[in-house]
Design a binder for this molecule. Structure first.
Ligand code: HEC
Length: 133
């Protein structure tokens, strides 16, 4: 039973550890659920006041493939490079926010975002992810 659960987790999170996924979920609930929803389906309480609807994050794999392109998703969440290229956006620039919360630690920013991506990977409903949802 434990072995089976472990195999499922390896399957879901591939390179990421179960710990990363759990921590990523906690960070998600704290910072992202207000817009993207508790279930990450884009239906958070803030969604109705935004001009651009927050994405359904369970379906990222339909757009980006599964497994998700980790660097691309991380760069998007960070947003600092994006804003330089495309100007302001409705999605908050988390890189900036985490950077000031972490008192200027770039490695902490990377770590938080990597955990978020591990969590997002674990909830993809696309074909190749395990179906524990
Ligand atoms: C203030 C509301 C808000 C919060 C909070 C928020 N987002 Fe978003 N997010 C958005 C909006 C709006 C979009 C759609 C942006 C667009 O299409 O221009 C988006 C898009 C995204 C996308 C891209 C989806 C795609 O299809 O390309 C990802 C990934 C994402 N958000 C992750 C996160 C994560 C992770 C957090 C928490 C750290 C978070 N968001 C917090 C509003 C929010």
């Amino acid at each position: 039973m434990i072995l089976l659960a472990a195999l499922m987790l390896i399957n879901i999170a591939s390179a990421a550890s179960a710990d990363d996924v759990a921590q990523g979920r906690a960070i998600y609930l704290q910072h992202c659920a207000s817009c993207h929803g508790l279930a990450a389906d884009g239906n958070g309480p803030m969604a109705r006041v935004l001009t651009t609807p927050p994405a359904n994050l369970r379906q990222l794999s339909e757009r980006y493939g599964n497994p998700l392109p980790v660097d691309q998703i991380a760069r998007y969440i960070d947003g600092r490079a994006d804003v330089k290229a495309h100007g302001p956006r409705d999605m908050p620039v988390w890189g900036k926010r985490f950077y000031s919360e972490g008192q200027g630690s770039e490695s902490q920013v990377k770590d938080l975002i990597a955990k978020l991506v591990a969590y997002l990977q674990s909830i993809q409903t696309g074909v190749r992810s395990a179906s524990r949802n």
